[in-house]
Design a protein around this ligand. Structure first.
Ligand code: SAH
Length: 338
């Protein structure tokens, strides 16, 4: 599909094209992953951030955010709990917090690597130098999540302060890939000023990068940000984009995100039906969960948490899929789909 075709498809979508798309996307997903749903234990280890992204609740200028950091012991305890619950991937996510120097990050990564050699370690800590990425990789990290947020330069500038650029974000993604990480990118659906043309560009960028993972979720308003009066993205468009991503990247690991579960109670189940095959329950200590508030009403203390894995299993099986406890690495793309 080319950019114009994506634009056309997105802007003229209706219920019947969506149904057709989901039939294709779930067929592709099953070709690669059957009914399996992989789980990742998400550890939100710091909400300090030096950046000031206009959409994000943990942006530097939000004085109402109660800041916290987990220490090495806290993080190791999360992993231990996660491991016993069946998690074989740990995702360390956080704001861009200068306290976590490369040295501190490498220490954390190697501790986890030494203790849990059968697990994948995923990082999601923003933009760093190529050297930093390399040292995290050498310490034992395997995967990296860095959403490009929007593939349109002008739009990028409307969502971020001038110090941040799409060019550097892309540089990071290509560096990560070259170093050998399984890379994940993605964007918010319904972010302020987004158009069908911009979403088509996002799809073209994803097609070009060929990431192993692609995470999308609706933009959700946060009351203490410059976008406090902007409407959230919709379930309908997010599901449609999920379906398109599966068509574009047949073998990708695609999470049904917390944001999707936040705008609609069964949003994540619907995400699975649209082509997603990963769920990332929260493994952070309960005492800090409410503080990692990227957007209003983020679900974090109920059934979606790692501790309630049985509830999750039931939800997943209610739509015909099954949670499996493995590392859940990306499968190789078949020759005829390259
Ligand atoms: N600092 C890391 C992690 C950011 S949080 C980084 O820069 O990659 C993870 C993701 O949450 C972001 O990439 C963004 O797409 C999403 N996010 C932030 N604010 C949001 C909001 N208001 N609504 C929906 N998603 C949001």
């Amino acid at each position: 599909m080319c950019e114009e075709e994506y634009t056309q498809l997105i802007s003229s979508r209706d219920q019947s094209t969506a149904q057709y798309l989901f039939a294709l996307s779930s067929k592709l997903r099953e070709e690669y992953y059957g009914k399996d749903v992989y789980i990742r234990g998400l550890i939100e280890f710091t909400n300090y951030c030096k950046n000031d992204c206009y959409y994000c609740g943990i942006r530097r200028s939000n004085k109402n955010a109660q800041r916290y950091r987990l220490d090495l012991d806290d993080i190791m305890n999360c992993c231990q709990e996660g491991y016993s619950l069946g998690f074989r991937t740990f995702v360390l996510q956080g704001g861009e917090d200068p306290y976590f120097t490369d040295e501190r990050m490498c220490r954390i990564i190697s501790e986890i690597r030494n203790k849990y050699n059968d697990c994948a370690i995923t990082l999601s800590i923003g933009e760093k130098s190529r050297e930093s990425y390399k040292s995290f990789f050498d310490a034992g990290a395997n995967r990296y999540l860095l959403r490009h947020e929007t593939a349109d330069d002008t739009h990028y500038g409307m969502l971020h302060p001038a110090q941040l650029s799409l060019e550097n974000r892309k540089r990071c993604l290509y560096d990560l890939k070259e170093i050998g990480y399984q890379v994940g990118t993605g964007f918010m659906v319904g972010s302020p000023f987004q158009t069908a043309e911009i979403l088509a560009r996002d799809m073209m960028f994803i097609k070009e990068l060929k990431p192993s993972m692609a995470g999308i979720g609706p933009f959700i308003t946060h009351k203490d940000t410059p976008f406090s009066d902007k409407p959230s993205g919709t379930l309908e468009l997010t599901l449609f984009m999920l379906g398109l991503i599966r068509l574009t990247l047949p073998n990708a690991l695609i999470p049904s995100t917390t944001a999707l579960g936040t705008i609609t109670p069964n949003g994540r189940e619907l995400g699975l039906k649209a082509g997603a095959n990963v769920i990332m329950p929260n493994l952070s200590p309960t005492r800090v969960r409410k503080k990692y508030m990227l957007y209003n009403n983020k679900i974090c203390t109920g059934e979606e948490s790692a501790q309630c894995i049985q509830c999750l299993k039931n939800r997943v099986s209610s739509v015909g899929y099954e949670i499996v406890c493995s590392r859940g690495d990306v499968k190789e793309l078949k020759q005829n789909q390259r």
